[in-house]
Design a protein around this ligand. Structure first.
Ligand code: SF4
Length: 183
C-alpha cells in the first residue's frame, strides 16, 4: 500500500497534479473488511492530505460510530486522489487516469464490501444505475459486493438526507454482523 501511496504522491498522470497541495491517496486499515470510496478531495483534504476531514468527514465518523466502527477499522479512498479546483466534478479523463490506483488499493485490501459514496464512485461499478433508485441496496458486481450510498456531503445541504444516509448505513452494519447475507 505504501508503494501505491508513494506513486500517487509523485503522479502527474492528469492535470489535477498542477493545482493540488497534497495528494490524498486514502487512509485506514490495509486489511479492512470495508472500503469506502468518495468522489475527490475538497479544500481541507487537499490541505491535510487525508480524506474526509471536513464536515462530511465528521458525519461519516458519526455514521461509522452508529454501527460500532472507527476509521481505523475501514479504508477510505476517493475516485480521484487530487482535488479538482473549486470542488468541480472530476472529469472523465481524470477519473480514468486515476482509476489504476484505486484498483490496486482494492486488490491489496480485498475487502468484503465496497461502499460507494455518491454518484461518481457508484458509476465506477454501476455505470447505468441511478443512485436515487439503488442507494442502500446491496449490488453484486462480478466479484464485488457493492453498497451504494449518497455522499455524506449531501446531508450537509439537505437535512432530510441525513436520515436516509443513517438508515442506509444500518444495512452495512447488518452485512458485517451477518444479519444480512452477502450473497
Ligand atoms: Fe495522478 Fe490521480 Fe492525482 Fe490525477 S488525480 S494527478 S491521476 S493521483
Amino acid at each position: 500500500m505504501q508503494n501505491i501511496h508513494d506513486e500517487c504522491a509523485a503522479c502527474t498522470r492528469c492535470k489535477l497534479c498542477q493545482t493540488r497541495k497534497h495528494v490524498v491517496p486514502g487512509s485506514g486499515s490495509p486489511t479492512a473488511q470495508v472500503v469506502f470510496i468518495g468522489e475527490g478531495p475538497g479544500a481541507q483534504e487537499d490541505a491535510k492530505g487525508l480524506p474526509f476531514v471536513g464536515a462530511s468527514g465528521k458525519f461519516l465518523d458519526e455514521m461509522l460510530g452508529s454501527i460500532g466502527l472507527k476509521r481505523d477499522d475501514v479504508f477510505i479512498a476517493n475516485v480521484v486522489k487530487c482535488r479538482p479546483p473549486n470542488n468541480r466534478d472530476p472529469e472523465k479523463e481524470e477519473i480514468l487516469a486515476c482509476m489504476p490506483f484505486l484498483q490496486r488499493q482494492i486488490k491489496v485490501i480485498a475487502p468484503k464490501i465496497i461502499v460507494t459514496l455518491g454518484r461518481f464512485s457508484m458509476q465506477l461499478f454501476l455505470p447505468d444505475a441511478k443512485i436515487s433508485q439503488i442507494h442502500g441496496k446491496v449490488q453484486k458486481v462480478g466479484e464485488f459486493v457493492i453498497l451504494p450510498l449518497f455522499h455524506p456531503a449531501a446531508a450537509l445541504f439537505n437535512g432530510s438526507m441525513r436520515g436516509v444516509l443513517k438508515d442506509d448505513f444500518l444495512v452495512l452494519g447488518k452485512l458485517l454482523s451477518g444479519e444480512m447475507n452477502l450473497d
